[in-house]
Design a protein around this ligand. Structure first.
Ligand code: C2E
Ligand code: MG
Ligand code: MG
Length: 395
């Protein structure tokens, strides 16, 4: 069964993907390192050669030392530091020739400089190792986060909407807003790549606010044009959920919108609940007090226990595609889906089956009493103007 973590794997280590944006991001630190070292050595030798003694420019040798310490490791960094110390000491070229004995520097002077370089190498490498995420990936993330912010500002990010269908009569009960990013080269970057990146780098707060505002504006348009308005579900990341700013944002957006607050559904995950239960609970309570509803997304893929979920006010339980996949041919999956639908009922929540791809799944889900469904068989995510909001024919 595909879990949320599986889906996030390529984005957690962007360099692991061989394609497009990730591959381009992964090669630049190495290239930069090679260029940096080349420019430094040429520049410093050129300046020091005529005088035969090092100028202040030799301090630039700290750059490759720090670079190697941060990106490669302590042993390589110490090696580069010793080389740099020697290059700035006894190996300073005199009139274009390298001669260990010709240096006019006292031994104590260059030995102190060399030792300092080794200390810097070891300390920087130690600090780099203490990071939970390797430094090169942190740097890559920082660059990618800039790209993502730029994409948001320049309109490269859009929302698509996927219908949620009432399985009893086929009407479109709601839609889920899903983020799409088409980058400058025309490549469609999957959410499984850029959402975890946004989460790691904090861009999720800007992105999430944009998603919420844009989705609610779209819901307003549909409200004005339709007699029975579908609900609008928005995915909320763990970091957003735990943040006071997000509570204020939901309150502000609902206060300035003519839509009924119950039209807004916040989709949260078990992971978000576990991350910081108290903060998540505070946000969920605040949102429900305003009248919005809360859905537990991808139910069954997290590591939460039923005890952790008990006491958590939930209006909708979304049954993960992993269970729905086998519901029409695997008795175990069928039994599990039946149990989740009953559990949702017992909690006073509505169940939505995710990832319905075949009419046979739909038929079984109806038989099991699952009230709502979502999936490619019922409607793929599409831009607002292309979403089919007409009732479906259900078996
Ligand atoms: P999700 O919230 O569980 O959304 C459902 C995902 O399943 C969507 O993938 C949707 O396109 C896909 N899907 C729906 N029906 C089917 C089906 O029948 N078959 C298959 N194979 N897939 C189906 P998508 O759009 O790639 O989004 C992936 C995840 O990225 C979402 O999972 C959600 O966790 C996250 N995401 C997307 N947009 C946002 C956003 O605006 N904010 C946040 N925080 N997360 C988002
Ligand atoms: Mg969702
Ligand atoms: Mg889901």
């Amino acid at each position: 069964m595909a879990t949320r973590d599986d889906r996030e794997t390529p984005a957690r280590r962007p360099g692991s993907s061989a394609s497009g944006w990730s591959a381009r991001a992964s090669s630049w630190p190495t290239m930069l390192g090679v260029v940096l070292v080349g420019v430094l050595i040429t520049g410093v030798v050129w300046h020091t050669a005529p005088s035969g003694s090092p100028t202040g420019l030799v301090h630039l040798y700290y750059l490759p030392v720090i670079y190697v310490a941060a990106f490669v490791g302590p042993a390589a960094a110490a090696f580069v530091a010793i080389l740099a110390g020697l290059a700035a000491g006894p190996l300073v070229p005199v009139a274009g020739h390298v001669s260990v004995t010709s240096s006019e520097q006292p031994v104590s002077e260059w030995l102190v400089r060399l030792s300092l370089m080794v200390v810097v190498a070891v300390v920087v490498a130690w600090l780099a190792r203490r990071q939970a995420r390797p430094v090169d990936l942190l740097v890559r993330d920082a660059v990618s986060a800039r790209t993502l912010r730029g994409a948001l500002a320049s309109g490269e990010i859009a929302l698509h909407f996927q219908p949620v269908i009432a399985l009893e009569d086929g009407r479109v009960a709601g839609v889920e807003a899903l983020c799409r990013w088409t980058d400058r080269s025309g490549r469609s970057v999957p959410p499984a790549e850029f959402i975890p990146l946004a989460e790691r780098t904090g861009v999720i707060h800007e992105l999430g606010a944009w998603v919420l505002r844009t989705a609610v504006r779209q819901a307003e348009e549909w409200s004005a044009a339709m007699s029975e308005t579908p609900t609008m579900a928005v995915n909320v990341s763990a970091d957003q959920l735990g943040h006071e700013k997000f509570r204020a944002l939901v309150a502000e957006v609902l206060a300035h919108s003519p839509i009924e607050p119950r039209q807004l559904v916040l989709e949260i995950t078990e992971t978000a609940i576990i991350a910081d239960r108290e903060a998540a609970l505070a946000t969920v309570r605040a949102a429900r007090e305003l009248g919005a509803r809360v859905a537990l997304d991808d139910f069954g893929t997290g590591t939460s226990s039923l005890a952790q979920l008990a006491g958590f006010p939930i209006d909708i339980v979304k049954i993960d595609k992993g269970f729905v996949d086998g519901v029409d041919h695997d008795p175990t999956m069928r039994a599990l889906v039946r149990a989740i639908v009953s559990m949702a009922e017992a909690l006073g929540a509505l169940a939505v089956a995710e990832g319905i791809e075949r009419p046979s799944q739909l038929a079984v889900l109806r038989e099991l009493g699952c009230p709502f469904g979502q999936g490619f068989d019922l409607g793929r995510p599409a831009p607002a103007g292309a979403v089919d909001l007409t009732p479906r024919t259900v078996p």
